[in-house]
Ligand binder design. Structure first.
Ligand code: PEP
Length: 275
């Protein structure tokens, strides 16, 4: 065999093995974004009723005042659940009224932080540079960013989805070299609207997101979990779970009720229910 052909084949095999190794590192997540909902009593009732599972990563992101009470509640009920903030600031500390630092999140037991949710982009005018600062700060502090990206209905109708996602990903991941993060694809038109993206459309978009991640981070992109978010419920969750590039879901409305959140968890869990 000609040396150039031999090298070409060797490289193909090496890349395939590398891809498989990184794919095997990919975790499945079911993450709740409670937004501005629930009191301590309501959160306590939720966790009392939630079965939860060991065989899938469950994360709950409640409003900031509930983080510490929930940390105590999940310890008391011995629930295998991770805790995340819904936002975090890019500075260490200081005169930023109303903001929350990475240290504060870690102090109350958080391992994750949602960053760049479309509601924060829309209502609090967070841009790609601010989001990049937050992702960097979270990573430095050892928090796992759950970076949200997604196009608006107008952008979708103008066929700009890929352009928007590419801008958001390159912007948020500028000067970042690690793959220790989670991406959530949340089309803005699907959030809270009851109009979820079809599993086929979501899969196609996730594959595109992975190709952009590969341009930013190389082969390591294979190990990044990409979650779908936008009107996920117990009925449509199974469709997403069958897709190779959909590694779980970020759930708003349907995560507020323990029974409906459990239904989604059961879809993504691998083993038998631990009821
Ligand atoms: C969200 O806002 O992150 C979300 C996915 O909301 P919902 O599930 O209610 O569409």
């Amino acid at each position: 065999m000609e040396p150039s052909i031999e090298n070409y084949i060797k490289n193909l095999v090496r890349d395939a093995i590398l891809n498989l190794q990184f794919q095997n590192d990919r975790q499945t997540y079911v993450i709740a974004n409670w937004k501005m909902n629930k009191t301590i009593a309501e959160a306590s009732e939720f966790f009392q009723n939630l079965n939860g599972r060991q065989d899938v990563n469950i994360v709950v992101c409640p409003p900031a005042p509930l983080l510490y009470p929930i940390q105590l509640i999940i310890e008391q009920f011995k629930k295998p659940i991770g805790l995340g903030g819904q936002n975090v600031h890019w500075e260490e500390k200081g005169a930023y009224t109303g903001e929350i630092s990475t240290e504060m999140l870690k102090d109350v037991g958080c391992e994750y932080a949602i960053i760049g949710h479309s509601e924060r982009r829309q209502y609090f005018l967070e841009d790609d540079a601010a989001i990049n600062g937050k992702v960097k700060k979270a990573l430095k502090a050892g928090l796992i960013p759950i970076l949200c990206v997604g196009e608006t209905l107008e952008e979708k109708n103008l066929l700009q989805t890929e352009q928007v996602l590419s801008r958001q990903l390159f912007g948020a991941l500028k000067d970042i070299e690690t793959s220790q993060l989670i991406i959530a694809y949340e089309p803005v038109w699907a959030i809270g609207s009851g109009q979820s993206a079809t599993a086929d459309l979501a899969e196609q978009t996730h594959a595109y997101i992975r190709s952009v991640l590969e341009r930013v981070l190389g082969k390591r992109a294979e190990s990044i979990s990409i979650l779908y978010g936008g009107s996920v419920n117990g009925e449509n969750a199974a469709d997403y779970s069958r897709m190779p590039n959909i590694d779980g879901v970020l759930v708003g409305g349907a995560s507020l009720n323990a029974a409906s959140f459990d239904e989604i968890i059961d879809v993504f869990a691998k083993g038998e229910p631990n009821k």
